[in-house]
Design a protein around this ligand. Structure first.
Ligand SMILES: Nc1ncnc2c1ncn2[C@@H]1O[C@H](COP(=O)(O)OP(=O)(O)OP(=O)(O)O)[C@@H](O)[C@H]1O
Ligand SMILES: [Mg+2]
Length: 401
């Protein structure tokens, strides 16, 4: 399948994670990290991370012809990244960029059983990724261009995101649907001082599908509320009014489809009620537009055998995009997205739990249970199975009848 022209290009952040195995639990970090001490560890688990690797490989596992466009340097870690990706399919590396002047991004995950983890992360080549790194000739002809994560890609958030807007505009002008995911900016670092509202105002007119997590969205649009949640002075669990208000701001800034990832609370989906905006949302969305106008839906998580949530957000996006490629209506797409997200948490790594698209559909058809909705959705209407809630404003056929 990967020999076909790619339907989806996944570009942006990629890194390699080096995770040493610890022979036994430790009492504290202080007990282990003493100056001059040698800690013997076991074999390292080497896996790739970042939006390019996670969403890209999840799409590949779902059977979608995909191309990965991340940037690495001409070094050992860069070769490791290419090697891991090629292990899934050598064709996946054809769009990867090797910059002779860059160093590859890596994370050392110090994860002894018994204490919390420490990450040593070098952003490397992701810091300098710019619009010129994307070869538009390779993007032309694809249906979707998915990009993540500007908050940990320095050049993408400098100057109020000018470079990000330039890239997304250029891709959108090709008639390709643009999709954007975020990451949590480090509040104490440069990215935490960026005016994210300005970045979004500049980028979202060129973004068709915006799929950040709720926490990232609150951080970017309402820092005071974010800080109040951190201090325990505001509720961590959102209500539907907050979701509606945040999504309205993002639609007003120019996005056509907003998906807010709610972690273990599920997924919220809202689409523009402007038919012209939807028709201009690129090759993926323009043909579907009947049931995608003015939608507002909410769903809890599918019940999953939890092994690790790394990459759940990236896999959820892969599920949403695959559902759209299959021409599914909004009420199925939100369920498909959470199904792939739930499958992904059943393996400890980012994408190992993602099965084929057919297997996802078979599991859904066999009556896959969902958790009860834990968000107060007063005034919203559930379906018979209590899997899907529609807002009072949702433009479903029932609502219009
Ligand atoms: N414990 C879980 N069980 C089932 N599904 C889950 C669970 N945790 C998350 N999910 C699914 O994964 C989706 C994405 O998770 P989350 O909101 O944590 O994304 P994220 O913050 O972007 O995460 P990350 O960037 O770490 O991948 C959720 O919307 C949900 O559908
Ligand atoms: Mg995420």
């Amino acid at each position: 399948m990967s020999k076909q022209n790619p339907l989806i290009i996944v570009a942006g952040h990629i890194c390699v994670d080096i995770i040493p195995a610890w022979p036994q639990a430790v009492e504290s970090f202080a007990a282990v990290f003493k100056p001059g001490r040698l800690n013997e560890v076991g074999p390292a688990l080497v896996s790739t991370g970042g939006a390019v690797s996670n969403t890209g490989i999840a799409l590949h596992r779902l059977g979608v012809p995909v191309q990965l466009m991340g940037k690495v340097g001409p070094d050992l870690f860069g070769r490791a990244i290419l090697d891991v990706v090629a292990g899934y399919d050598p064709a996946l590396t054809e769009g990867m960029i090797v910059d002779p002047t860059a160093d590859s991004s890596y994370t050392l995950v110090i994860n002894p059983p018994g204490v919390d983890r420490i990450f040593l992360h070098n952003p490397g080549a992701n810091r300098t990724f710019g619009a010129a790194d994307v070869d538009l000739a390779k993007v032309r002809g694809a249906k979707v261009f998915h990009f993540g994560y500007p908050p940990i890609m320095r050049r993408m958030h400098l100057d109020d995101g000018a470079e990000l807007a330039t890239l997304l505009r250029a891709v959108h002008d090709l008639g390709v649907t643009t999709s954007l995911d975020m990451a949590q900016p480090d509040p104490t670092a440069e990215a935490g001082r960026v005016d994210w509202r300005r970045v979004l105002e500049n980028a979202l007119p060129h973004v068709d599908i915006f799929a950040p997590s709720l926490d990232e969205t609150i951080f970017m649009l309402d820092r005071a509320h974010y800080d109040a949640i951190q201090r325990g002075e505001a509720a961590r669990t959102p209500d539907v009014d907050l979701l509606h208000r945040l999504a309205q701001e993002l639609l007003d800034m120019g996005a056509a489809v907003v998906a807010l990832k709610l972690g273990e609370l599920g997924l919220y989906l809202r689409t523009t009620n402007n038919a012209e905006r939807l028709a201009a949302a690129g090759a993926l969305i323009a043909p579907l537009h009947a049931g995608w106008l003015g939608r507002e839906l909410l769903t809890p998580c599918y019940v999953a055998n939890l092994a690790g949530t790394t990459g759940a957000g990236d896999c959820t996006i892969a599920g949403l995009l695959t559902s759209l490629l299959h021409g599914r209506p909004a009420e199925e797409a939100i369920l498909d997205a959470t199904a792939v997200g739930a499958a992904s948490v059943e393996s400890p790594d980012a994408t190992g739990g993602v099965p084929t698209w057919e297997a996802v559909q078979a599991r859904r058809a066999a009556g896959w249970e969902k958790h009860p909705l834990r968000i107060n959705a007063g005034g919203w209407t559930p379906d018979a199975a209590h899997h899907l809630w529609r807002s009072p404003a949702d433009a479903s056929e029932e609502a219009q009848a």
